[in-house]
Design a binder for this molecule. Sequence first.
Ligand SMILES: [Zn+2]
Length: 320
Amino acid sequence: MHAGALPLTRRAIAAAAGLALASVIAPGTAHAFCRTTTVPVAADFQPRPDKCWDQGVPLFWRNSCVGYSLNRAASRQVSFEDAANGLSRAFTKWTGSSCPTEGGGASRVSIDVRDLGPAACEEVKYNQNDNNQNVIVFRDDKWTHGSGNTLALTTVTFNPETGEIYDADMEINTFDQRVTLTDPVPPDGYDFASIVTHEAGHFLGIAHSGDQRATMFANYSPGATAMRNLTADDVAGVCSVYRPDGTRAVLDGKITQGPSCDPTPRHGFTRECVEPPASGLCSKSEIAPRGPGGAVALGAAGLLGLAAAWRARRRRRRAD
Ligand SMILES: [Zn+2]
């Protein structure tokens, strides 16, 4: 549906991204971070320190505040309170990042992520004509997204023309994986803080990095905790999108963020799932194509041994 328009924009995107980075990163500083775009990453593509997937329009949240809602059931492995605290810390890692500014000082990124309280809904979906929630949910009883070695999955819904994110939902695979908050992390366990810090990056529109040290690197080793803390590459990524001056780096330069902090999801907030109307007339909005899964990078699989992979998946929808 957009195949005719998108190829024409690809070159422009690369140029814009280059300009955007130049304004926030000191000359000569190499960064490997990548942004999620409107075009699904090819299955065989792996980001490298000098190479991101460059097709499509980069994604961003327009508003200065975004809300999320943890599913109230939480997990048998992670209590609601622990999950809520861990998620808050994970998002704050990103939103508290200090960025270099053109004036030489540092200033905080221009986005906040707020906990809007528990959700009853556990569905990954976006309602084009009704209330929404950006839900974060554990999957204790079933994992339906292919390979069981996936730790978590964040699904982002966005405007395919502009790249503006409308909705983001995060699922954590506690069905196949042992997820833990203990410190030190057991050798066969996966650190909850590391998982959600990585997924929070996807929630904000950051893709996998080619930097093996980065929190946004695609693979993660059991027992490790390094991904709890952002590296310079991760910080450069979030700073390049949500600039301290309040603008967002987009396809053709930059745009100004939403006018105020309003974390209410698009079309209003609900803690419940909204069922599609019984009439078939309106349900066509529910059959928008879902893009294939994002690339699962296995670049360092030899080093990481039993590493599990995260996948970022995005859905495309025409309208808002
Ligand atoms: Zn990932």
